[in-house]
Design a protein around this ligand. Structure first.
Ligand SMILES: Nc1ncnc2c1ncn2[C@@H]1O[C@H](COP(=O)(O)OP(=O)(O)OP(=O)(O)O)[C@@H](O)[C@H]1O
Ligand SMILES: [Mg+2]
Length: 354
């Protein structure tokens, strides 16, 4: 059975604008940037709907921060256009853009209180003092930091500093919120809590947001869509579910989740140049299946990762319930596979019964 694929063409978001307008909240058209003689961002196109949150996800050095800096105006592109809510801002400096950025290291002033830190961009913009006071109080309330209004950054926790940095961005009432690895300094538990807070605030304010991360779980859990980047290009932009179900390229298939690359097994078509990608959860231990031998078992709590050698190919399976033991002879059935030719999903995810 074949399922039609939509993955390769998922670059255009549906506008969430109540008027039904198709003006994107952010549009990058053909953006390129050369740094140190290398093309770091390569003819990149991306549309983000108003109020949408999109993550840029990719390995270290693929150009995520550079792309964010091009959006924020800290860098100007060699080619291409940047538009926010339909207005072109390609060559404007950061202070004239309707965007606010939260940096990885928070960049709070150590000698200023949280209130002064958050008020700073409004002071620079010469907002009247009474208004500053009101807006700062409002935004500190929003991020849950009112009780630390008079504290200095060194005297509050990492998670609170992160929220202060977020408050300093939100107080500017930006049309576009840019977050560069905002959670990477937090421990695992706090990271999960703060990312949910960020998502909640982003949705309540309906603010168009770009989040840069190399943490796929983070990207998949809080984004409307995820743009997977590799070497300065976007490989695929899709909803988290679609990205996992139908990765458009072999790079995305290998980068998102875990997968088996299968060349040697004949999964229905013995053609050369075709690579099959099989998710571990689509490998079933089934007495009726192909004969295999368990080589390794890694318990993960509620499931086990089981390595099984089948006709000379090593397959990984996720087994819930009782796991087999190394050396056991088992049957293996593959219930679903993706087929790639020349690195690209060549037709559709294929359901197999090998
Ligand atoms: N000003 C610069 N001059 C020369 N090369 C640069 C400059 N800025 C960035 N680069 C290079 O561009 C590439 C992409 O950098 P970038 O910071 O955008 O990556 P990233 O995807 O954010 O990575 P990470 O996940 O590690 O933060 C890197 O190889 C980096 O060394
Ligand atoms: Mg970076």
């Amino acid at each position: 059975m074949t399922i039609p694929s939509t993955a390769a063409s998922a670059a255009t978001p549906v506008s969430t604008d109540p008027g039904g307008s198709t003006v994107p909240g952010l549009r990058l058209s053909g953006i390129s940037k050369v740094l140190g003689g290398r093309t770091i961002v390569d003819d990149l196109n991306l549309d983000i709907a108003p109020g949408e949150m999109v993550s840029l996800l990719g390995p270290s050095g693929c150009g995520k921060t550079t792309t964010l800096r091009l959006i924020a105006g800290f860098l100007l592109p060699d080619q291409g256009r940047v538009e926010v809510d339909g207005a072109e801002i390609t060559s404007l400096g950061p202070e004239r853009r309707p965007s606010a950025m939260v940096f990885q290291n928070y960049a709070l002033w150590p000698h200023m209180t949280i209130t002064k830190n958050v008020a700073f961009p409004l002071k620079v913009a010469r907002v009247p003092r009474a208004q500053i006071k009101e807006r700062v109080a409002e935004v500190l309330e929003l991020v849950g930091l009112s009780h630390h209004a008079d504290s200095r950054p060194a005297h509050i926790s990492g998670g609170e500093q992160q929220r202060a940095a977020l408050a300093r961005a939100l107080v500017q009432r930006p049309k576009l919120l840019l977050l560069d690895e905002p959670l990477s300094n937090l421990d695992a538990k706090l990271r999960v809590r703060v990312r949910e807070e960020i998502r909640d605030i982003q949705q309540r304010m309906g603010i168009t947001t770009v989040l840069v991360t190399h943490d796929q779980e983070e990207a998949l859990s809080i984004s409307d869509r995820v743009a997977v980047m590799s070497e300065g290009k976007i490989e695929q932009v899709s909803t988290p579910a679609e990205l996992y179900r139908a990765p458009a390229t072999e790079f995305v298939a290998g980068f998102i989740g875990s997968s088996n690359k299968v060349r040697a097994l004949d999964l229905g078509e013995g053609e050369p140049g075709v690579e099959w990608v099989v998710r571990p959860e689509d490998v079933r231990v089934d007495p009726e299946g192909m004969p295999g031998v368990v080589t390794r078992v890694l318990p993960h709590g509620h499931y086990s990762e089981v390595a099984i050698e089948v006709r000379g190919t090593d397959l990984r399976a996720f087994v819930t319930g009782e796991a087999p033991a190394p050396g056991d002879e088992v049957g293996v059935r593959i219930t679903r596979a993706l087929r790639y030719r020349n690195g690209t999903l060549d037709e559709a995810p294929v359901t197999v019964s090998a």
